[in-house]
Design a protein around this ligand. Structure first.
Ligand code: ADP
Ligand code: MG
Length: 323
């Protein structure tokens, strides 16, 4: 079982930042409003995610650590309209096969908290009582300790942490209402307070740079069930952070990026693309998120329509360059 999970881990667990992504997405799926992320030594030594989400009942702890166990797909219809971030049921099993993972959790319906870990070649799950408030903590120690080939690819502590930091920023822009704290070697690196307004420039400026507060234009546009909003910087601004989201998931999708570039080029005649933070929302049935295991890319059923909608929406706010 461990080997099969390690092979699967190759797809989802590339580096510490990929572990953080899977765990934080699980916390968000569990309805957490507060997530604490503690990292030691760039994640080589420790990745710990605590949340105040729904928790996992004792009887389901072992299941959560086994492969293809997801509580998020109830039937085939769900696959068509995936609303939660995770749905493959492989992240925890994969991560636990290449690290020393413990899972502690308490749903509000239970008086005691329980802790689970999977050990040995057969990944037998041990369960014991523990102390924990409502919610879940997952601790991942010694990532890749048993897969030397993979461990060799880990970069320096600083580089791995910068990937984690970038990822946490991307996630912070996907859910303004979730409070997120990130520490590295016990020092607070990021602290995002919860913001109830999903269109507040506050968090955008905090994450993507104060330049957004000073210079960005707000876009908002809708057409036939497609909705786009966000902020774009003027051409030539110094910082170039580029963030895109589809139905609340962070994406680096070719079609979206192509449409954005085309909009800028048509409006300004320049091939430079400035920074932006853009949210696209549409009926989940109009998009397949199952294209890439790391889920950065999507497939739109009406690709042309979506592309042209994005181009038009952005062109409206991009000013032609003075010549
Ligand atoms: P997936 O997210 O694809 O369902 P995972 O392997 O990431 O698969 O997680 C397995 C299951 O463990 C989830 O379906 C969920 O039921 C449970 N789980 C994982 N993390 C949490 C968490 N932080 N809070 C509550 N439940 C969790
Ligand atoms: Mg998951």
């Amino acid at each position: 079982a461990r080997l099969a999970n390690q092979i699967a881990a190759g797809e989802v667990v590339e580096r510490p930042a990929s572990v953080v992504k899977e765990l934080v997405e699980n916390s968000i799926d569990a309805g957490a409003t507060r997530i604490q992320i503690d990292i030691e030594r760039g994640g080589h030594k420790l990745i710990r995610i605590r949340d105040n989400g729904s928790g996992i009942i004792k009887d389901e702890l072992a299941l959560a650590l086994s492969r293809h166990a997801t509580s998020k797909l109830k039937n085939l219809d769900d696959l068509e309209a995936i609303a939660s971030l995770g749905f493959r049921g492989e992240a925890l099993a994969s991560i636990s096969s290449v690290s020393r993972l413990t899972l502690s959790s308490k749903p509000s319906s239970q008086d005691t908290a329980w802790q689970a870990c999977a050990e040995g070649r057969d990944m037998a799950v041990q369960i014991q009582p523990t102390a924990h408030p409502n919610g879940t903590t997952i601790e991942v120690k010694d990532l890749f300790f048993n897969t030397p080939a993979r461990r060799k690819f880990l970069r320096t502590e600083k580089t791995e942490f910068s990937h984690i930091d970038e990822l946490v920023k991307r996630i912070a822009l996907s859910r303004f209402d979730v409070a997120i704290t990130l520490t590295h070697n016990q020092k607070v690196v990021r602290q995002f307070r919860s913001q109830s307004n999903p269109r507040s420039i506050e968090r955008v400026a905090h994450v993507a740079g104060r330049v957004f507060q000073r210079e960005a234009s707000f876009i908002e546009s809708g057409y036939e069930g497609l909705e786009l909003y966000g902020w774009v910087l003027p051409l030539g601004s110094n910082t170039q952070p580029q963030y895109t989201y589809v139905n609340g998931r962070m994406m680096r999708d070719k079609l979206i990026l192509h449409a954005i570039r085309q909009a800028f080029e048509e409006a300004t005649g320049s091939q430079d693309t400035p920074g932006f933070v853009i949210y696209l929302n549409l009926d989940p049935r109009q998009v397949d998120v199952n294209v890439h295991p790391a889920k950065h890319e999507v497939r739109f059923h009406q690709a042309r329509l979506v592309h042209d909608f994005i181009v038009q929406a952005i062109k409206q706010v991009v000013e032609p360059q003075p010549s």
